[in-house]
Write a protein that binds this ligand. Structure first.
Ligand code: ZN
Length: 270
């Protein structure tokens, strides 16, 4: 039976960014960084776009061990929330490390890394008057609204369909979930991607606290998958530095999150 695990790793020392953090990798410099991997490890590393963001940027995927079509697969996802820049840097460095390992034949599994799931937010946050006001958002355009307010956008980590609820009407709210599940091209493209590629394990990176968070987000009813909880506990122990495993909802109840969507396999046919 296939094991399907979902985690959300949070990093402490959240960078509630000040101006100096605008110096983190820009979207074009991130692109240079991933294409360098393909140039150097072309036999093991492929790069492809899973689709386009609202503004037409590519949502890039680094496909490590791309010829291992029958291997177990791991998906590392990050930068749903543009302000959480540490959450980008860690999977990016893992992509670099795994690429090298694959090149040295030391990596058995196939690893997909989507370092910038929200490329518009990632880029746009550097140029807005107040970065805290779009800290969690993509860019939202609609023919029915005039997008003159830079705060309009969707929190992608509330836009998945499992237990999705229309809790917020204000499109400028930091946690605005969208008009309906998968209303955003980014979440829609991720759904399409996971429908095509078999994913055994998802690790989603955020910057919030010293936690390895496991499902569910929508309910405080205790999660029953002991195997997955044990893996989360082990991960927290390996990370050390007072990290701990915790059910996501114990921090706060949320609807329409990435991990609930993946856990319920609503975005996977496999
Ligand atoms: Zn986050």
């Amino acid at each position: 039976m296939k094991i399907f695990l979902v985690f959300l790793i949070s990093f402490s020392n959240i960078i509630f960014a000040s101006n100096k953090f605008r110096k983190y990798f820009s979207f074009p410099s991130f692109e240079e960084r991933i294409f360098y991997l393909r140039e150097n490890y072309s036999d093991k590393v492929n790069i492809f776009s899973i689709g386009f963001s609202r503004d037409g940027r590519n949502i890039w995927c680094v496909d490590i061990n791309y010829k291992n079509t029958n291997s177990k697969t791991l998906l590392l996802l990050s930068s749903s929330h543009p302000i959480e820049w540490q959450g980008f840097e860690t999977p990016m460095r893992l992509a670099e490390k795994f690429s090298k390992m694959a090149n040295d034949n030391q990596l058995k599994i196939r690893v997909f890394v989507i370092p910038v799931f929200n490329p518009d937010g990632f880029d746009y946050i550097r140029n807005v008057p107040n970065i805290y006001e779009i800290a969690r958002k993509n860019r939202f355009y609609s023919s029915s609204i005039t997008n003159t307010n830079y705060k309009i956008g969707v929190d992608l980590n509330r836009n998945f369909s499992y237990k999705w609820k229309k809790l917020i009407k204000d499109k400028t709210d930091l946690f605005y979930q969208g008009e309906e599940p998968f209303s955003e091209p980014e979440t829609k493209e991720l759904k399409n991607f996971v429908d095509v590629y078999k994913i055994d394990l998802l690790v989603s990176f955020h910057s919030f606290g010293k936690y390895v968070q496991y499902p569910y987000s929508y309910t405080k009813e205790a999660f029953k998958d002991e195997k997955l909880i044990n893996v989360a506990t082990k991960m927290a122990k390996i990370i050390g530095n007072n990290y701990r495993a915790i059910q996501d909802s114990y921090l706060s109840i949320k609807n329409g999150t990435e991990i609930d969507g993946f856990m319920e396999k609503e975005i996977s046919q496999h």
